[in-house]
Design a protein around this ligand. Sequence first.
Ligand code: GDP
Length: 440
Amino acid sequence: MSINESRSSGTHCAPKVTAIVGANWGDEGKGKITDIKAGQADVVVRFQGGSNAGHTILNKYGKFALHQLPSGVFYENVVNIIGNGCALNLEYLEKEIAKVMEGAPQLKFQLMIDRRVPLVLPHHIQLDELEEERRGDRQFGSTKAGIAPFYAEKYFKECIQINEIFDDAHLKNRLEYLYEKVNLTLVNVYKAQPVKFMDIYDRIVKYRDFVEKHMGDATAFLRDARHNGKEILLEGQLGALRDPGMGIYPYVTSSHTLAGFASVGAGIPPYAITEILAVTKAYSSCVGAGPFVAELFGDEAQELRMRGGDAGEFGATTGRPRRVGYFDAVATRYGAQCQAATQLAMTGIDVLSYLDEIPVCVAYEINGKQTTDFPAPSLLDSAKPVYETLPGFKQDIRGIRKFDDLPENAKNYVRFVEKQVGVPITWLSNGPKREEIVEL
Ligand code: GDP
């Protein structure tokens, strides 16, 4: 493939590699922060996840929900990479690109798909749906994008990587063997129809030209980009509390959401990552099942939900209403520590302008004892939030560009959160649009 020379040049300046990751349950506004930072970057890499979550971006072209595309696609000089840690659904990606091009027909973006990315295939989605159905009232709230069956298969070492789709005999052989097992599960466990592997073959080979055009060796590309002093962003999906190791297991996603995994999922040495920017929201929101200690209910929740995000707190992929609550310092401090955050970006502070007083969850009470440490997942159901209340700022602050111009109580809120989390806040987002941002 050919990738244009990206912007910065000169082999003498030190490369800057920043991971942009979530400190919470996802939906923190990573897409917006990446879109802003991509303006100065040369490369943006997605290192995990697939089409199961979305980043909402509002910029000069309009409003977009990106699922698999990295958030640098709106800058023509940025090379966007889908890293080996991702789950690639080619059919969805084709639709996603068409949607972006519909909103921004003049846009020419650069996309590289690492040659080691495995493919999400139709049976992953089917198994995801069948399994959620089987679980009945114990559903995980899967987005049914096939992500859990995909990663299970990846670690079973059975997925098809994109580099494998060009040799007919090899691909047929791999698919025939794969579907022998898939069909055992479909037929015997779920009583579903078996899949003909040649149907899947036909669906895959249609994408050969597209894949050939975009396939590259991301590891070598990133090595050279670092050598040439380029600025690289590693973009995470979901947040620390959805990590399958450190999060609220089993209510987690199936790929590692932590900056520590960015090195593996992008193909870059761990010591190359110079900054870890964790994104948190000025309040809490979460999609799907699982314990959510600071959750609000009833009218109080509905008011926050409707005022949140760019048009209420509803999932970018599913449109599902998000669960909401006030800022949870216990969970966010833990999330920032899991991410090893060196900086924090706080989004959505504008949303809190309606409150006379702003409660912040500063501790959990579990079995009569207070703790400020995030407990093991099995204790979360019995945890109750302990709040400290700060005075509200009661003023529309959208579009203010300088920290000093913010009302005193908004500044106090930011400083309070910063102290609670223990990581400097370097970006404050006060509206969904690209220009609604304060750099501290
Ligand atoms: P991501 O997956 O972390 O990128 O987050 P999502 O895009 O799923 O959700 C974040 C939501 O908050 C989107 O609707 C954004 O447009 C919106 N958003 C981002 N920053 C701000 C902000 O500072 N204020 C407001 N009101 N909304 C924001």
